[in-house]
Design a protein around this ligand. Structure first.
Ligand SMILES: [Zn+2]
Length: 261
């Protein structure tokens, strides 16, 4: 892989001993890494000479071996678990917050968001209430994208430029609304590395799964094997489009034993 291609990693809540997760269904927990697993991944990156970047930094596509680190949803563990580990190894990251979840049980509150921001991490937006954006009529889409942006900007006191799509679902309207709102990038969950040739409104990201081995993590940082995941993802998206999101989730939950992600 050429050095100017950068893999964007997508993390969620982290699991701490004795702390209840924000949600408990298997489709959610699948994306939750124990803190120790995350710590080992960051330590491996540091020892192997990789740098961890925020979305803003990654968009410059530096030549040095780098990975972009992102977190979705705005769980409290962004501040109390991920941030200390990242600071220890000197990495940056982007935390995409679900504006309407802030201040509710298990999620960051306003002063914790300001703390994360003041520590130098980048704050992004992950909608107002975490719906599948491609399912929404345009007025609701605006609330999810534009109002959410304003709400987070009110908290941190400066512009928020980066957006990530809940469940990776988006359509052209989503991108238009985000662009008009002043977002300069939109990230999804498609399995591809990004480069200067990638549209900043269609940044791919690789979901970090709970059961990922360190060997698989290393392969992911190098961008190896993403094509296989991409094929699987495209097959899933084809089914989702054919059935609609609700019917697809139902089918997945009942037949495949895999609830919605
Ligand atoms: Zn999410």
């Amino acid at each position: 892989m050429a050095a100017s291609r950068i893999v964007f990693l997508m993390y969620h809540e982290l699991e701490l001993a004795g702390r209840k997760l924000c949600q408990s269904e298997p489709g959610y927990v699948r994306y939750i890494l124990p803190l120790e697993t995350f710590r080992r991944q960051m330590a491996w990156m540091k020892q192997s000479g990789w740098r961890g970047l925020s979305v803003g930094e990654a968009l410059r596509y530096p030549a040095a071996p780098s990975v972009c680190i992102t977190f979705d949803d705005g769980c409290e563990t962004d501040l109390i678990a991920a941030a200390p580990v990242l600071r220890e190894v000197g990495f940056n990251a982007t935390f995409y917050l679900t504006a309407g979840f802030l201040g509710t049980a298990g999620y960051l509150n306003a002063s914790q968001v300001r703390d994360l921001d003041a520590q130098g991490f980048q704050i992004g937006c992950h909608s107002m209430t975490h719906p599948y954006l491609s399912d929404l009529p345009t007025p609701e889409l605006k609330r999810e994208i534009v109002d959410a942006k304003f709400r987070i900007e009110e908290i941190v006191g400066h512009p928020i430029e980066h957006f990530s799509c809940p469940g990776g679902r988006y359509d052209q309207r989503t991108l238009q609304v985000a662009r008009h709102a002043g977002f300069t990038t939109v990230a999804n969950s498609q399995f591809h590395a990004n480069s200067a040739a990638t549209s900043p409104y269609e940044l791919g990201r690789v979901a970090m799964l709970r059961n990922l081995t360190l060997e698989q993590f290393s392969a992911t940082c190098h961008g190896r094997g993403l094509w296989k995941k991409r094929l699987q993802y495209q097959a899933r998206r084809g089914l989702q489009r054919a059935l609609g999101n609700d019917a697809y989730d139902y089918l997945r939950a009942t037949l495949l034993g895999e609830p919605r992600q």
